[in-house]
Design a protein around this ligand. Structure first.
Ligand code: SF4
Length: 370
């Protein structure tokens, strides 16, 4: 892929626009983001960027395109940074998560179909999977066990460390597993990078006058579906392992780090609890300090302090802060990228909640009335 002295393979870069070499190529060609947004010559780039973002909200994900010519490859390559601008403008953690999953699935498809093993190797290492030459002839590569744990999706027991072929601290991997680890690495990277992008503002809004409202509408429909799924009584049995652990820790008087408290308050708030209800939820804790808790909750939920309503951190942020209990993750954890999505998914599998008993038993009520 990166060969000094050889012409750059734009078709290949278009398939993996997130690798540093692709960025270097765009820079070297002198493309400016401003031009990509307004110049009529880049209309197809903008259309493909919208298609990328829209695709992330569709069941089938981002459609692959076969870029046969250099011009088509450039459209594909340049649409990636423009798609990121759209995401930055929309600034929505849920959409960011979906986009990260969709792009990483597309990466998996593309890498899996590569004929040349060197491409797989180059893309994997460029995305932070530090492969080393295999120590046996059957394996594609080996990876230090710490790096393996960092990227392992663990969807099934075959990804657990105890089930790996380990030698001198390295896990032996076949090619398909390298591709899967690379998919995970890209997903984590995109979630972090896009979440940190600043809102670009007017230029992007002007470039996409119809598309941005359309994307916002699609997003709102997703949100409405989510709200429908999660409305009703909060069910602790549907909590993800991270929230169960934080909640268990609070009840057991364990000193929960600030980020843990922040995460559970935003989580409960997003499940539809207002700050009074969250406060009531917290009041189950024996050493509950009502004034302190009220202040913190109202600040996080945007009731005071300028009205900023904070979002629940996604799984990769939870992991960065060490509040995702990695060993307790289950199969649902490996199919989502956000604790709220975990809740929604788990909720669907639970039997309906039993109606809460009336405050006063009916017989007693009748007696009182009489
Ligand atoms: S993977 Fe996500 S949902 Fe699961 S425990 Fe970790 S942070 Fe929570």
């Amino acid at each position: 892929m990166a060969n000094a002295g050889r012409p750059v393979d734009v078709q290949l870069l278009a398939r993996y626009p997130y690798v540093p070499l692709a960025r270097e190529y765009v820079k070297a060609q002198g493309y400016q983001l401003g031009d990509l947004l307004v110049d009529a010559a880049f209309e197809r780039v903008r259309r493909r960027a919208v298609q990328r973002v829209k695709g992330s909200m569709e069941r089938d994900g981002i459609a692959d395109v076969a870029a046969a010519t250099e011009a088509e490859s450039e459209v594909e390559l340049l649409s990636y940074p423009v798609a990121r601008l759209l995401l930055a403008e929309l600034h929505d953690p849920y959409l960011t998560s979906r986009y990260a999953v969709a792009e990483s699935k597309l990466l998996n498809e593309r890498l899996s179909s590569e004929q040349d093993d060197r491409v797989v190797w180059t893309v994997a290492t460029a995305l932070g999977v530090p492969l080393e030459a295999a120590s046996d002839t059957e394996s594609f590569a080996r990876l230090h066990f710490l790096d393996f744990l960092r990227h392992a999706p663990g969807r099934d027991p075959s990804w657990k460390l105890v089930n790996q072929r380990l030698s001198a601290g390295f896990v032996s991997l076949d090619r398909a597993r390298v591709v899967r680890l690379t998919e995970q690495a890209l997903k984590d990277r995109l979630e972090d990078e896009v979440a940190e992008l600043e809102r670009p503002g007017r230029e992007v809004a002007k470039a996409f006058p119809k598309e941005l409202p359309e994307l916002t509408t699609i997003l709102a429909a997703h949100r409405a579906r989510f709200a429908q799924d999660t409305s009703g009584e909060v069910r602790i049995e549907a909590f993800p392992p991270c929230m169960k652990a934080i909640w268990g820790g609070i009840q057991a008087h364990v000193n929960i780090p600030h980020m843990g408290r922040f995460a559970i308050v935003t989580f409960l708030h997003k499940l539809g609890m207002d700050s009074e209800a969250v406060l009531k939820f917290f009041s189950q804790v024996p050493d509950f300090d009502v004034n302190k808790s009220r202040y913190q909750i109202e600040h996080i939920t945007g009731k005071i302090g300028g009205g900023t309503e904070y979002s629940t951190p996604g799984c990769s942020t939870m992991q960065t802060y060490g509040i995702c209990p990695l060993e307790q993750r289950d199969e649902v954890c490996f199919s989502i990228t956000h604790p709220l999505n975990y809740y929604r998914k788990r909720l669907r599998t639970l039997p309906p909640a039993k109606p809460s008993p009336p405050a006063t038993p009916p017989a007693q009520e009748a007696a009182n009335a009489g």
